[in-house]
Write a protein that binds this ligand. Structure first.
Ligand SMILES: Cc1cc2nc3c(=O)[nH]c(=O)nc-3n(C[C@H](O)[C@H](O)[C@H](O)COP(=O)(O)OP(=O)(O)OC[C@H]3O[C@@H](n4cnc5c(N)ncnc54)[C@H](O)[C@@H]3O)c2cc1C
Length: 496
């Protein structure tokens, strides 16, 4: 018998959300991290509506709302502050509410930590470095040693072992789990140094755009809200510049002087980060899996780093849940990478195109870009695609599509379904008692959609029924109710 069902290396955002989901499903979980506590650092500030839906489903809506600022307009400006393009992100998304939100990642980590303290059975190995991770036939094993945070060294004390049925590496860019799997780490190029500055404004009414890209070839710069009150600036480090010199407070205030002075706010973070773009090929080997930054690094211009990390674990948690409960064989986990990797790659490719356009440092090229945008040319945008692989019904017109969210009568759809499959039914599409029994056995919750976005998606696709996975994506559909048994046959076979 292993100590836990799942050991997660890395107790940052990805590790925390996965731990919470597995614990909520009743599994035994251990978390391992070098650091005993989350460190305040400048990290993610953006997430999208799909992730907001996850927070709702986790019962964290109120807490996360308090630290989130809904997106308004994202505007691209020329060097002389002419509007080159304006994206209205406040328009309603398919989940309800705007398409995205700003927050401070550290505040989110505190909310998750608070939630996790409720799970008294969580095994915490915090302040421990995972030195090695290996598969051992019927279990996996992590070798741990105490980590000295101040000296940033591991102790020479005798290492100890942690055993688990599965190990998930949520251990970031330098993942040892990825190395143990033997994954290829594809480099999409374009590594860039950026100075990331977080400020707590103290002066009222600073004249700042909501969210903006200043397409100034002299120094491409992004300005974003960092939660409800704070602000983020990202300044490109130019070729030949000394990153350390640029990150000194006096240099930072010089860069900020277009917008504010030291009398107007407090510097919270000001560090140079090398933004990389990477994607692992090989997300699973037997009992070892990776998720989040261990599996991919997206350029910040995508605004999709954190959202992609959390999509990984939202999917992986229900797949692992079925395997751990024995309702599906472990081959179900092979559907994880084919679903997630192409999704991330599409975001990477779109981000690289946007990045190329926004980060021009050659004045002539920048002038050409400005002219075409001012003529009304539509710039590329980074939008999450549908799923193209994984556990999807073959040749189904709706399979892989992210399904909308809405109320069903007085209830929220996700509150009715929890983390089960949902069968959205067109009004009048009656299921017979024998089918009801079958749905219950498969753990599928039938929902008749009379109105709103759920009824609209059935009408738009012309389907009588859409089977929605626990991660909000459509598995498949039926054109009429007579075709429902065949849809359920396919699901049953796919789940194994
Ligand atoms: C400067 C910066 C800006 C960013 N901005 C954005 C943004 O605007 N929008 C966005 O969506 N995303 C952004 N991101 C990404 C975002 O921060 C991540 O999505 C988020 O941190 C989740 O990452 P993770 O948990 O997968 O990995 P990480 O945050 O890298 O955490 C990995 C954890 O694993 C631990 N660990 C690693 N190896 C070991 C080991 N061997 N033993 C024990 N512990 C180990 C580490 O201590 C760490 O706690 C940004 C990241 C950075 C660095």
């Amino acid at each position: 018998m292993t100590e836990v069902d799942v050991a997660i290396i890395g107790y940052d955002l990805t590790g925390k959300v996965l731990a919470e989901q597995l614990l909520s499903a009743g599994h035994r979980v251990a978390v391992v991290d070098r650091y005993a506590e989350a460190r305040p650092r400048s990290r993610a500030v953006e997430y999208d509506h799909e992730i907001k839906r996850m927070f709702y489903a986790m019962g964290l809506a109120d807490e996360v709302d308090k630290i989130s600022r809904p997106m308004g307009h994202f505007t691209w400006y020329s060097a002389t502050w002419q509007v080159l393009h304006d994206f209205d992100e406040s328009r309603p998304s398919i989940s309800g509410g705007p398409s995205g939100f700003f927050l401070d990642q550290h505040a989110l980590e505190r909310i998750l930590e608070d939630r996790l303290t409720r799970h008294e059975h969580l095994v915490r190995r915090l302040g421990f470095e995972a030195l090695a991770v290996e598969e051992r036939g019927d279990h996996a094993e992590i070798t741990l040693a105490p980590f000295d945070q101040d000296a940033a060294t591991t102790s020479a004390e005798k290492p100890r072992l942690l055993t688990a049925r599965f190990v998930v590496g949520a251990d970031g860019a330098a993942s040892i789990t990825r190395a143990a799997i033997g994954s290829e780490w594809r480099d999409f190029g374009g590594d860039q140094d950026w100075l990331v500055v977080d400020v707590e404004p103290t002066a009222p009414n600073l004249d700042l755009p909501d969210a903006a890209q200043w397409c100034n070839p002299a120094r491409p710069t992004r300005l974003l809200p960092a939660g409800v009150k704070n602000r983020r600036w990202e300044f490109m480090v130019l070729p030949g510049e000394n990153p350390e010199g640029l990150a000194r407070p006096e240099a930072v205030w010089r860069l900020l002087s277009d917008w504010m002075t030291p009398d107007d706010g407090v510097l919270l973070q000001h560090d140079v980060h090398t933004f990389q773009t990477r994607l692992a090929r090989g997300w699973r080997r037997g009992r070892l899996l990776i998720a989040g930054q261990a599996a991919h690094l997206l350029p910040p211009v995508s605004g999709q780093g954190m959202s992609s990390d959390l999509r990984d674990v939202w999917m992986l948690s229900w797949l692992l849940d079925r395997v751990l409960k024995g309702t599906s064989p472990d081959t179900l986990l092979d559907s994880y990478e084919p679903a997630r990797a192409p999704h991330v790659e599409a975001l990477i490719q779109a981000s690289l195109k946007v990045d190329e356009l926004l980060c021009m440092t050659d004045p002539a090229s920048a002038a050409g870009r400005d002219a075409s945008l001012l003529r009304g040319e539509r710039p590329p945008q980074v939008k999450p695609p549908d799923l193209s692989g994984g556990l999807l019904r073959d040749k189904d017109p709706v399979a892989g599509r992210l399904m909308p969210h809405d109320k069903v009568g007085a209830h929220r759809l996700d509150d009715l379904t929890g983390r089960a499959f949902a069968l959205l039914l067109r009004p009048g599409a009656q299921i017979i008692p024998a089918q009801e029994k079958r749905l219950a056995a498969l753990g599928v919750v039938p929902i008749t959609a009379h109105e709103g976005r759920l009824a609209a998606v059935l009408a738009e696709t012309g389907r009588a029924a859409i089977l929605v996975r626990p991660d909000f994506y459509a598995y498949g559909s039926a054109s009429d109710i007579v075709a429902l048994p065949s849809l359920l046959d396919d699901l049953e076979a796919a789940l194994g």
